[in-house]
Design a protein around this ligand. Structure first.
Ligand code: FAD
Length: 499
């Protein structure tokens, strides 16, 4: 540690390198929660710009905004956001079929067994309703309806313009005392003795000295990799897509409250409807599809006038071996990337930031804090990784070399265990505050064609009449709730229009 480090100075100097979604999310949260205790500066380069994608989110972002005291309607107006109730996966198990991964709970769990056990018992007794009929969020999404319900009975996230979100957060952060510096980082200067980062040297000659540095420089990873060389675990043998092209188009129909993930023969395409336009992209493996063919496919399938130049992005799925090393923490794409299939990147940014705030050193950085941070962040990433691999591995598609490779690939033992446990018993267990809860795994496993061979005997304790009442009551309650919801677009317009 540097001498500056060891000092219990009145204000810790925190330097954020990069002003994309990661940089400004970090700046806004640190300025709001720790503004008096730290000296906060963010440097970003207008010439380099940001990656310019990342529009679909998951429910914890609602909590993050609340923690920052952000008014939801203000935020939605500023970012042209719509509500999101889940993702519709099309053509994943076989072409022509789809399933929905919703943010809601399906049915009602018993403490000893998830609802799927009761639903399966119902199937064995001749009840034919689909598992989907028991989930408010899923049925609301399919009917393009939405409203806030009392007691958080509808669980949702947002589809947003991430560029506008960064602008919105910048205003908050600057109002709370974060100093913004525009300029290009020319060099990362290390302390000769300790090896910690001492300062960022800008092309202008300005030096930004700090005690703690957040690397939010995106795929460049200028600090954590460029200067500190922590190394990268490549996961592309499990998550084979390595390229994406994004374009924005004009909306041709009212925005639906869900994101579409449409598989094709070498990857998948996304459609994310916002208030003012639609985000579209194609994700693919360049061993099986050329850039030109991918671009043709994207442009020939989008609806509405194309508003932007295609944004071509290459990536290697994986994670930085250490997310926090010495006095530098990677936040955002600098820490790794697992492709956007389940919209988890912004969430990982949020988790990293909240952890940094919890572990912000009062004096010297404790190696135990660093180890704890790395362990927690890596656990999150590995759990998300497994969930994503499931979508590729558990498929009946054999119609292209890409899908044949996915079906044949070896997968991590942690995922094999989860799949086989579910296949044999219908059970899924959530460990270590895992992001994806039991119901997420159940929806995706069944959607991808994995049906349990048995279910928990507790379900059989219900008499036929009790079972019938339970299933009918839950289904009717979902149908009634959804019937009473307003149209999503009308609700967004009214909610965002209301001052
Ligand atoms: P960037 O946006 O790249 O920002 C990097 C910053 O560092 C910029 O401000 C840049 O100017 C600055 N910088 C870099 N070098 C220098 C330098 N030398 N000097 C000064 N400044 C510098 N996530 C989701 O949650 N949902 C999604 O739907 C989703 N879709 C995605 C689709 C694709 C194809 C990809 C690739 C990613 C997607 N993501 C998604 C991830 C999401 O885009 C990122 O997590 C998010 O945008 C954060 O990026 P970032 O801030 O880490 O990097």
């Amino acid at each position: 540690m540097t001498e500056a480090h060891a000092k219990q100075g009145p204000k810790r100097r925190v330097v954020i390198a990069g002003g994309g979604t990661a940089g400004w999310m970090a700046a806004a949260a640190l300025a709001r929660t720790m503004g008096d205790a730290i000296d906060l500066v963010l440097v970003e380069s207008d010439n380099i710009g940001t990656i310019g994608v990342g529009e679909s989110t998951i429910p914890p972002l609602v909590t993050y905004n609340r923690l920052l005291g952000i008014g939801e309607a203000d935020f939605m107006r500023a970012t042209q956001a719509t509500f999101k109730l889940g993702i519709n996966f099309e053509n994943w198990r076989v072409p022509g079929e789809s399933y929905f991964h919703s943010f809601g709970n399906t049915g009602r769990d018993h403490w000893s067994a998830g609802f799927q056990h009761f639903w399966m018992h119902g199937l064995s007794k001749g009840h034919t309703a689909s598992y989907d009929d028991y989930c408010i969020e899923l049925q609301a999404a399919r009917s393009a309806k939405f409203a806030h319900l009392p007691d958080g009975r509808i669980n949702y996230a947002y589809q947003l313009d991430s560029g506008l979100y960064a602008v919105f957060l910048r205003k908050l952060a600057e109002a709370d005392g974060c100093r913004r510096v525009e300029g290009k980082i020319a060099e990362v200067l290390l302390d000769g003795e300790s090896g910690d980062i001492a300062a960022l040297l800008l092309e202008s000659g300005e030096r930004l000295e700090g005690d703690l540095f957040l690397d939010c420089t995106g795929f460049r990873a200028l600090l954590i990799e460029g200067a500190l060389h922590v190394g990268y675990d490549d996961w592309s043998h499990w998550l084979p897509c390595n390229s994406a092209i994004a374009v924005q188009t004009a909306s041709v129909r009212p925005p639906v409250p869900y994101t579409r993930a449409i598989a094709h023969d070498a990857g998948w395409q996304w459609r994310i409807p916002l208030q003012h336009r639609q985000g579209n992209g194609i994700v693919y493996c360049n061993r099986y599809l050329s850039k030109d063919a991918a671009l043709d496919r994207l442009l020939s399938t989008v609806e509405g006038d194309v508003l932007t130049k295609p944004n071509v992005i290459s990536f290697t799925t994986g994670a930085r071996r250490k997310q926090w090393h010495r006095n530098c923490v990677a936040v955002g794409l600098s820490g790794g990337f697992m492709e956007p299939l389940e919209s988890t990147s912004i969430h990982l940014i949020q988790r990293a930031i909240l952890r940094i705030i919890r572990m912000l050193p009062a004096g010297s950085i404790s190696p135990r804090d660093v180890a704890e941070f790395n362990d927690q962040q890596m656990t999150d990433m590995e759990q998300i990784r497994d969930f994503l691999i499931l979508h590729y591995k558990a498929t009946d598609r054999r119609d292209s070399p890409f899908w044949r490779q996915c079906a044949a690939m070896e997968i991590p033992e942690s995922l094999t265990h989860k799949i086989e446990l579910f296949r044999e018993t219908g059970r899924v267990f959530r460990k270590n505050e895992e992001l994806f809860v039991e119901n997420s795994w159940v929806q995706v496993m069944m959607g991808q064609g994995i049906m349990p061979q048995s279910y928990h005997p507790v379900a059989k304790k219900l008499s036929d009449t009790e079972l019938g009442h339970l299933l009918a009551g839950l289904r009717e309650s979902v149908a009634k709730t959804v019937a009473g919801l307003p149209d999503h677009q009308a609700y967004v317009a009214q909610y965002c229009g209301a001052q």
